[in-house]
Design a protein around this ligand. Sequence first.
Ligand code: ADP
Ligand code: AMP
Length: 216
Amino acid sequence: MHRLIFLGPPGAGKGTQATILAREMGLAHLSTGDLLRAAVAAGTPLGVEADRYMRAGQLVPDRLVLGILEERVGETDTAAGFILDGFPRTVPQATALERIAPATRVISFEIPESRLVERLTQRRVCSTCGTPYNLSTNPPARPGVCDRDGAPLAHRSDDQPEPVRTRLKVYWEKTAPLLDYYAGRGLLLRVDADAPVDAVGRRIRAALAERPTEGL
Ligand code: ADP
Ligand code: AMP
């Protein structure tokens, strides 16, 4: 059974690949960013507290993220496995995950930093299902609406140049140490993510097939 982590900087393509591969592989797609944005939209106490960190491009405190993640992992659709997209982002989150549901493989999305700003500022996301698009590299079939459910596309407030710069800095400080953490546990698979969407998907599937997790 796969319990995968998609690890990489903001804009590397984790959400795009998780959306496609979760469907193909029959796995649940768990995005802590999507869960937090839903809490913000619903105006829950957690959403109200998370909102100011997210707007600034800072990480939401571990205790808040762990609460929603643990709740989501406990839902029935995760029984056949899942893809974690955007979690863990700190070493304490990674150690907590080992207690909740240990990962079987970690895919590292490797991409030059210069590509990320361009990908993020051109990103648009479905306002209901969260599917990401890109005005230049990955546009929807009809401008401004989601291919999957026809809902309008939105421009995330943290996809503006200033929060994007903060998010990249935070990634290198807080999240990049997880590369060594998972490499040291023999779970890390490095994938070159600087290629068209289809090619990156093929590379992820090939990397997983080369290092099967049967028996884990
Ligand atoms: P992440 O979840 O890692 O932050 P996304 O999957 O949302 O990243 O992708 C960031 C942006 O880059 C989106 O606009 C998306 O459409 C675009 N994108 C994703 N994968 C590729 C790719 N392989 N080539 C070009 N653009 C891509
Ligand atoms: P994402 O949708 O993954 O780009 O996440 C958007 C924002 O949500 C991040 O910039 C953080 O503010 C917050 N966030 C999402 N996942 C986490 C996490 N695992 N830990 C802390 N903050 C998170």
